[in-house]
Write a protein that binds this ligand. Structure first.
Ligand code: SOE
Length: 377
């Protein structure tokens, strides 16, 4: 009989659905060494009870404080807007709960450092849901880069584009408010591109950046309210290993619903991947003579990361499967009593880069990416 890990999920909307789905699917395909139990779903709204019943949760509460204090709960997933992450994580850590937190980890590096320090002091497992690391093709790209197939890495180009608030009449939501979200496209999407760059290339050394709010005011209940988060950000970077990076994040890129794309170029070859074709990894290796050119690898073979646990080759996966893989890694780390990746330290390193990007945009100059105090690891 496997040890049961009782989970409390804070947030029952979009992310609540993605996480609930992952927890339901997990045991059919993976064995993390412990048995997840969908204990408590926490959220605000009249649809909570019905949602919990449909998704398979045993109980509900509208008070997150009850989740982090419940002795029956072993692990807490935090899926709320960024403003609440720190307070919730500190309380969960103080009660010895393992934590999986949505990205970006906090509002800034100072908060992230507090969360990391508290989680380490409590001896819990802590993880940030940078789910795109868990796309089989992205994990394979990392494997190939680590094996040296691309040689020395020269550059990375990564963009994350959406267009959901393109219409200026799109009503004001929390993502437009800096005090709730931390930043706009730069935090929401930028945290993903920074994570992919750290995962595939290495640590950022310095950045230069520009940000823009294209629609300055949006209506909330018929009243115009000032937008305080960026609609788009562009930044360039130099990495500690000498590589260069070019990044774009935007929520105003017409036609792009959820397009994350990355290309890495090295001395021996290149890789490129795009979320809109997430099962495919394009690879170019120099030295193929007259047959040289990009090849398209379908990342659905049993030998590919995660893919073998699912279907026969060619039976493709989707966006939701990345959450299954993330829970597999999180629960396995609990079973094996070791820290998972990406941990709160990765969340902190991510914020150090984002803070530097924000500063570079304001000061219009290159900014070194600092190391926050209290996180020397
Ligand atoms: C909204 O932009 C959002 O849901 C992000 O918050 C997620 O991290 C991304 O994966 C999809 O888009």
């Amino acid at each position: 009989m496997k040890r049961a890990i009782h989970i409390g999920l804070i947030g029952h909307k979009f992310m609540g659905k993605a996480h609930s789905h992952a927890l339901r699917d997990l045991a059919m395909f993976f064995d993390p060494g412990v048995q997840p139990v969908m204990q408590t779903l926490c959220g605000l709204g009249d649809d909570l009870e019905e949602t919990a019943r449909r998704y398979g949760w045993l109980s509900t509460t509208s008070r997150w404080q009850d989740v982090v204090a419940d002795p029956a709960i072993d692990a807490v997933s935090i899926l709320t807007p960024g403003r609440l992450h720190c307070e919730m994580a500190l309380a969960a850590a103080a009660n010895g709960k393992h934590i999986l937190c949505e990205k970006p980890l906090a509002l800034d590096a100072a908060e992230a450092a507090r969360m990391y320090a508290a989680a380490e002091a409590a001896g819990i497992r802590h993880m940030v849901n940078f789910n795109y690391r868990r796309v089989p093709a992205v994990a394979l790209a990392r494997q190939w880069i680590e094996e040296g197939r691309l040689g020395r890495i020269f550059h990375i180009r990564c963009s994350y584009q959406q267009d959901w608030p393109l219409d200026p009449e799109t009503p004001f939501v929390w993502r437009f408010d800096k005090s709730v979200a931390g930043a706009g496209s730069m935090a929401d999407k930028g945290s993903h591109v920074v994570d992919l760059a750290r995962y595939l290339v290495g640590e950022f050394a310095e950045v230069a950046a520009a940000t823009e709010i294209f629609v300055k005011q949006r209506k909330e209940d018929g009243v115009q309210r000032e937008v305080t988060t960026d609609d788009a950000a562009v930044f360039t970077a130099r990495f500690h290993n000498g590589a260069l990076g070019l990044f774009l994040t935007s929520r105003m890129a017409a036609g792009h619903k959820n397009r994350l794309a990355v290309e890495v170029n090295g001395s021996k070859g290149s890789l490129r991947w795009d979320l809109e074709r997430l099962n495919e990894l394009e690879v170019y290796t120099a030295g193929d003579g007259s047959a040289a050119g990009f090849r398209n690898v379908m990342v659905t073979e049993a030998s590919h990361p995660y893919a073998g646990a699912w279907w026969p080759p060619g039976h493709v996966l989707g966006w939701e499967h990345t959450f299954v893989h993330q829970y597999y890694e999180f629960l396995k780390s609990i079973a094996e009593q070791r820290q998972p990746a990406p941990s709160f330290l990765d969340g902190l390193r991510n914020h150090e880069v984002l803070d530097a990007v924000a500063q570079a945009a304001v000061e219009k100059r290159w900014i070194e990416v600092p190391r926050a105090r209290g996180a020397e690891a």
